[in-house]
Write a protein that binds this ligand. Structure first.
Ligand SMILES: Nc1ncnc2c1ncn2[C@@H]1O[C@H](COP(=O)(O)OP(=O)(O)O)[C@@H](O)[C@H]1O
Ligand SMILES: O=C(O)C1=C[C@@H](OP(=O)(O)O)[C@@H](O)[C@H](O)C1
Ligand SMILES: [Mg+2]
Length: 167
């Protein structure tokens, strides 16, 4: 990959983008941006507060703005699971970096996120989340690198990403 490119981690809520991104950035000595954390700092509001006040569509606009603020940072960028819901975000990521899709089964992911009050979309319950998961998978698969994280440790996932990106 090119030195100027960002490394974008995409995938469903709870797959490990934030955890893996933080450690990957340390390992390859790049800066780290978590888009959710960036939005929280900028708005001085929690994610549930943002959803409550501005709705999902308001949050998506903030997410697109946050993504644009990352261009050229040579960073590892952990996105939120819904970044692919706005199609132009995918093109923006392709132009400014490399997209790494972290995948796991819905069952594994659901076990991690069910009842998590920091992720407002968990209110949709099992069937709503499963629909969202299935709808998003083809969008995540537009990523250049696909990593199956099922039953792998964070270290194993990082090693596998590293083998693909050759930085
Ligand atoms: N490879 C993994 N194996 C087991 N648990 C993991 C793994 N990656 C992340 N986790 C755990 O799953 C939860 C969600 O991880 P997080 O990084 O917040 O996901 P995301 O940012 O994709 O929503 C955290 O409790 C984290 O410790
Ligand atoms: O999938 C989504 O639409 C969301 C995922 C969350 O990030 P994580 O994927 O890091 O949990 C966060 O951006 C928000 O709660 C919405
Ligand atoms: Mg995250």
């Amino acid at each position: 990959m090119k030195e100027w490119e960002n490394i974008y981690l995409v995938g469903f809520m709870g797959v490990g983008k934030t955890t893996v991104g933080k450690e990957l950035a340390k390992a390859i000595e790049r800066s780290f941006v978590d888009l959710d954390e960036y939005i929280i700092q900028k708005q001085q509001l929690t994610i549930p507060e943002i959803f409550e006040r501005f709705g999902e569509s308001g949050f998506r606009k903030m997410e697109t703005d946050a993504l644009k603020d990352c261009f050229g940072k040579k960073a590892v960028v952990s996105t939120g699971g819904g970044i692919v819901e706005v199609e132009s975000n995918i093109q923006c990521m392709e132009k400014s970096g490399i997209i790494v899709f972290l995948n796991a089964s819905f069952e594994t992911i659901y076990d991690r996120i069910k009842g998590d009050s920091t992720r407002p979309l968990t209110n949709e319950g099992l069937s709503g989340l499963k629909n969202r998961f299935e709808r998003r998978i083809p969008l995540y698969k537009k990523g250049k690198i696909i990593i199956d994280t099922e039953e792998k440790s964070v270290e194993e996932v990082i090693k596998e990403i590293y083998q693909h990106i050759h930085v």
